[in-house]
Design a protein around this ligand. Structure first.
Ligand SMILES: Nc1ncnc2c1ncn2[C@@H]1O[C@H](COP(=O)(O)OP(=O)(O)OP(=O)(O)O)[C@@H](O)[C@H]1O
Length: 261
């Protein structure tokens, strides 16, 4: 099975302090990973490396068979779909949802004078339908609710049929209904035989959709536990990750956690 991400002894130092340390991690093409950890644990830094936006200070990284230091990361980036709040900030408020998705095929945010091929327009329609955005296609990005915005960002990220999909807190700040709808869409997407490897970051076990296969738990820049979801996500590993005693429930494939009483 092909590895799409491989980190070997990765360390990132900022302001003289390691914010990631001793990270050994690999993702295979059929894997769907969740990364869990408290604020400041290093999750976004890990995704910045996996999305080919950041080199580690030391260690070896390869993504989609390209080894950092031996490849031009700018050529690697278009092969990776990445939905994050940083991307949301790059999309002009007056851009339509349709164009926010369509412009992904030219790796730009904000439509200007590009000419798009018929095939891109068809793909946009397909993706808008897949992420239930058809009714919002002509609305401007700035008028969307948080849930609609998150959905648009994911649609944009999958528009180019990426070889790996990275999602940074895809359901953060959503209401219960919007969260459950989004998780259901992610489950459907992840179940497709054409779906790429997926890595999503979240703070909450309740936000882990059905279909996730692996978990990486991180605290203070170090891996607490990593591996197949069932073995890795336990009350003990969550307690060690978040630093307070936690109970974990599992029901119909979904998790819930709370402070131990
Ligand atoms: N350029 C920098 N200089 C100094 N410290 C930094 C820098 N970038 C990140 N950090 C620190 O590195 C740590 C990890 O940051 P990161 O954003 O990866 O955490 P995170 O797990 O994504 O957090 P959150 O859940 O709050 O988004 C934090 O303590 C952050 O303050």
């Amino acid at each position: 099975m092909a590895e799409v991400v491989k980190f070997e002894d990765v360390r990132v130092v900022r302001s003289g302090r390691p914010i990631l340390d001793g990270i050994n991690w690999s993702v295979e093409e059929t894997d769907r990973w969740v990364i869990l950890g408290p604020n400041g644990a290093g999750k976004s830094t890990l995704l910045s490396i996996a999305s080919a936006q950041l080199h580690p200070t030391t260690g070896t990284v390869s993504v989609l068979d390209e080894t950092f230091g031996r490849t031009d990361l700018r050529e690697l980036r278009p092969r990776i779909g990445f939905a994050s709040s940083a991307m949301a900030r790059l999309i002009p408020a007056d851009e339509t949802v349709r164009n926010a998705v369509l412009t992904a095929s030219y790796a730009v945010a904000g439509r200007w004078n590009e000419r798009y091929d018929e095939i891109d327009l068809e793909q946009t329609n397909r993706v808008l339908a897949e992420w239930q955005l058809e009714g919002l296609a002509d609305r401007t990005f700035g008028t969307l609710s948080d849930g609609e915005r998150k959905r648009t960002l994911i649609a944009r990220a999958v528009m180019t049929d990426p070889e790996m999909l990275l999602l940074d807190e895809p359901s953060a700040s959503l209401d219960l209904g919007a969260r459950e709808n989004l998780l259901a869409s992610l489950t459907t997407y992840a179940a497709s035989e054409f779906a790429p490897a997926i890595v999503m970051v979240t703070h909450h076990v309740e936000e882990i959709p059905l279909g996730i296969t692996h978990a990486l738990l991180i605290r203070d820049g170090r891996i607490v536990a990593a591996g197949p979801l069932d073995d890795t996500l336990t009350a003990a590993s969550l307690t060690a990750t978040f630093g307070i005693p936690l109970e974990l429930d599992f029901h119909n494939g979904r998790y819930a956690a709370r402070a131990a009483r």
